[in-house]
Each structure stands twice: as C-alpha cells, then as structure tokens.
Design a protein around this ligand. Structure first.
Ligand code: SF4
Length: 363
C-alpha cells in the first residue's frame, strides 16, 4: 500500500484553483491569525454558515492580543450557535500562550504550531503552508477523500496505517513554491467537485483522466470507511424557570461544570430523564425555594452531538419569591440576546423565550 504521486496532479490542481478560487475573507488577507481562526471555525462548520461568524469574530477580536484578553462569556457569545465550544476555548488558551512565548505572533514552524492547544496536524499544516509558505501538507477529510479516489484506495481511510500512507502521498505532492496554494486547491476540489456521499462531478474535475477511481468507475463508492458507532440516546427534561425582576420576567440560566459535554457553558437547567409535571414542580421548589405560579409544556426537541443524541422535553415554570441557586443567574431577554451564550442544543426552547417572557402569569 504505497502510492506514487502523478507529476501532473499538482500543476493541474493549482492552475484550476487559480481560476475558480472563491474570495473568502481569510484568503483575501491570509495573515497567520486570520488563517488560524478560519481553520478552527471551519472544522465541523460549513463555509456559508461560518462566514458571518468569522466577520463578527474578526471585528470584535482583530488580533491575537485581543483574543488572549477577551473574557470567556464574550468569547462564547461570539461563538454562540457554532457548536463544539472547546474550539473557542482552545483558541483563547493558545492565544495566551502565543502572547507569553511568541510575542503575539503565531510561530512560523509546523512543530511549534502543533504544540498549541486545539491545533492538530491538519491545522498546523494549513497555517504553516498558507500563512508561512512552508512546504507541509494539510490533510483533512476532504483531502483524504480526494486522495483515496485518485489512487482508487480500497481500504478504510480512517485506519491509521492507511491514513499515514495517504498523508505521505499528500506530502509528496506539496510543491516548494506556493505550497499553501496547492493545499487550498486540493481542499477546494473536495469541497466543490469531488464531493462526499454522492457520485463526484468528474467531468468538471481538473484531474479527469488522471484519476484511478474515475477510470475504474468506482469513485462514488470511495472512500471506504468503517461504519460509525450509533449515537447514545439520552432523555432530558429542560426547564425554563421564570421569575419577575423589577418589571421584567427573567429566566434562570445555569453554568455547566467546566469539564465534560458543553463544559463551562450557560444552559437552560436540565435534568436526566423525562419528568412529569408534579416532579418538575417539586424539583423547582426544592432548588429555588420559590412558589409556583404556573407551568406549561414546551414540547419535544432533539439535538445531535457527535456521540450523543438528546431527546428533550421542555417545561416552563413561573415562580415568585425564588432565590438564586449556586452557579446560576437570572437573565432578562436583553441579557440572553447580548451577554449569555446558550448552546444550540437548547435552540428549540431558546427561540420560544421572547414569547414566554411576555406572558403575564399569575399576576
Ligand atoms: Fe474526484 Fe472524479 Fe476528480 Fe477523481 S476525477 S478526483 S473522483 S472528481
């Protein structure tokens, strides 16, 4: 299992890319910081979905120093809705290290980049090649798929030994001159032409006639991947607990423990399992010491994490005379919009908050 690079692949890909390149903001001004933030943001997120976030992030935190100094709530608010919040937290951790050890400039070395929190081989390769012109590969899922098809690789591309060989092939293809352009080109091919989960658009491909899978007619079946494990289903009851402050209703938000799923993020309090109304009332009284004015069923919702699937039941509870449990705040509609980031797992209920907060229960 060793593949030789076809000498025509690199120049063909780069020529094609120079004609079709989409002018994303991180490509127009590819400073190391801008490339880094874009690469982290684009992991697990479609380009179209990330664009608005990227512009807002760059406007709020235009330098490594700004990122290192930002408080966590502001950072998470900028990331709200993107998911995988550890990416944002690692960005800030790395920015602090860059300020402490590299004078605020990302290091111009693949190995040094790899030492920073949240930066793996792919991201280090992308920053090193695109921002610093270093001839190193950047192998993500798109690139693996393209390489598996170019070579008609019939083995599971996620097996470490296969991935290693395909990465070696990628390294052999990276030119000394404009290495970043090549890495961007092969990624772009995977994002726009050599697409996953379908038969790729081979007739539009600059590598048509040079690709083993296309010649053998098996491109749609590649890459081979072992089936993913099923997600574990967890049932939860999500509580929208509402209390009046001055003249406005406020909602109880709880800060999750810093370790684990959605670590350190604000949430609508939630408990394991599906709870009937009586049990919810008892729990809320115990937790807040308040007197219940009313409750309301908010319906079901589902959220998919990478390994877990939440099946949620929502319940609104209106209270008076409640205190503030530890690790909690009461937030009004403006604060929920501007200050506290709620993970998208709670989106179904967060979207209902403005209407819920307008209801005048028990008055
Ligand atoms: Fe992918 Fe088809 Fe191009 Fe081969 S010819 S790299 S399968 S799009």
């Amino acid at each position: 299992m060793q593949w030789k690079p076809n000498p025509e692949w690199t120049p063909r890909l780069v020529d094609w890319y120079c004609q079709v390149r989409r002018p994303f903001p991180w490509r127009v001004e590819p400073t190391p910081y801008r490339v880094w933030v874009s690469e982290i943001m684009l992991q697990q997120t479609r380009i179209e979905a990330a664009l608005g976030y990227y512009e807002r992030f760059m406007e709020a935190l235009p330098t490594v120093a700004d990122l290192a100094a930002v408080d966590e709530d502001t950072l998470l608010k900028l990331w709200e809705g993107l998911g995988y919040y550890s990416r944002a937290k690692n960005l800030r951790k790395a920015a602090i290290q860059i300020m402490e050890h590299y004078g605020g400039e990302l290091p111009a070395s693949f190995e040094a980049l790899l030492q920073l929190p949240g930066i793996g081989e792919y991201t280090a390769g992308a920053i090193a090649s695109i921002a610093y012109d270093l001839a190193v590969p950047a192998v993500d899922g798109n690139v693996l798929r393209v390489l598996a098809r170019l070579t008609a690789c019939s083995e599971d591309v996620l097996k470490p030994a296969v991935k290693k060989e395909l990465s070696k092939l990628a390294a052999a293809l990276v030119p000394e001159k404009n290495p970043g352009l090549f890495n961007e080109a092969i990624m772009e091919l995977g994002e726009t032409v050599c697409l996953p989960n379908t038969t790729p658009d081979c007739t539009a491909c600059p590598l048509y006639g040079l690709c083993e899978a296309q010649k053998q007619g098996c491109a749609g079946e590649l890459p081979v991947r072992s089936p993913k494990k099923e997600r574990r289903v967890e049932h939860r009851t999500v509580l929208v607990i509402i209390r009046k402050r001055d003249n406005a209703w406020t909602v109880l938000l709880h800060k999750r423990p810093s370790a684990g799923l959605l670590g350190g993020l604000w949430e609508l309090p939630s408990v394991d399992g599906e709870m009937p109304d009586e049990a919810v009332r008892e729990l809320v009284i115990q937790w807040t010491g308040g007197r219940i004015l009313d409750t309301e069923d908010l319906g079901k919702a589902r959220h998919l994490f990478s390994h877990i699937e939440w099946h949620m039941e929502g319940r609104a509870v209106w209270l008076e005379d409640a205190h503030t449990p530890s690790d909690c705040v009461w937030a009004d509609a403006d604060e929920i919009r501007d200050v506290y980031a709620l993970p998208s797992a709670f989106r179904a209920y967060a979207q209902k908050l403005p209407a819920i907060l307008k209801k005048e229960k028990g008055l």
